[in-house]
Ligand binder design. Structure first.
Ligand SMILES: [Fe+2]
Ligand SMILES: [Fe+2]
Length: 190
């Protein structure tokens, strides 16, 4: 293990054990990679650790329940083509705040933006977005190559992660968020 869990992290791990055992391997692996990337680029590893541990908490719920939680909290009703694959990021941030009293805006934003992204992502947000895709238990061939690169040339590796994520959505002919297009454009025009 990369480093010990503090008390708050242990609480979150307990929650994961209870409600998301099917997601535990991916979450812990995302945490480990997030901490390594954060360390390399001088970003707070405590925040990276918490954001990674909480990034998929919303996945304990079915789509309809996610919709209810978002409607109650944000008074937003999303159209049916916005599925749990996208909704869970916001739900994860809501759970993180309500269940664990985590109010740090940087952490909450990193959790919330890990699926869709946006044009002005912080380093912490980018690290969680990238580690979520690159963590090794996913066993994606493309990810294996980019994982090494992220420690050498972050910007290029991050663009590749975004490219691969968009390609996947397009290959499935699914809805692609405007925010993701803005993220992509922000990376190729700077
Ligand atoms: Fe996720
Ligand atoms: Fe994830």
């Amino acid at each position: 293990m990369i480093r010990d869990f503090n008390n708050q992290e242990l609480e979150i791990v307990k929650y994961i054990n209870q409600y998301l055992p099917f997601r535990e391997k991916h979450i812990l692996s995302t945490r480990e990679l997030s901490i390594k990337i954060a360390e390399k680029y001088g970003v707070g590893t405590d925040k990276a650790s918490i954001a990674a541990l909480c990034h998929d908490l919303g996945k304990r719920y079915k789509d309809d329940d996610m919709r209810k939680i978002i409607l109650e909290n944000d008074n937003i009703e999303y159209p049916s083509y916005i599925t749990g694959a996208l909704l869970h990021a916001r739900v994860s941030a809501i759970i993180t705040e309500k269940e664990f009293n985590i109010t740090d805006k940087e952490i909450l934003k990193a959790i919330e933006s890990h699926t869709v992204g946006h044009a002005n992502m912080s380093m912490l947000e980018k690290i969680i977005y990238a580690a979520d895709y690159l963590e090794p238990t996913r066993k994606l061939e493309t990810a294996d190559k980019i994982r090494e690169k992220i420690f050498i040339d972050f910007d290029n590796a991050f663009l590749e992660v975004v490219y691969e994520s968009i390609s996947f959505v397009l290959s499935k002919k699914q809805y692609l968020s405007d925010k993701t297009i803005e993220l992509y454009n922000s990376l190729v025009t700077k």
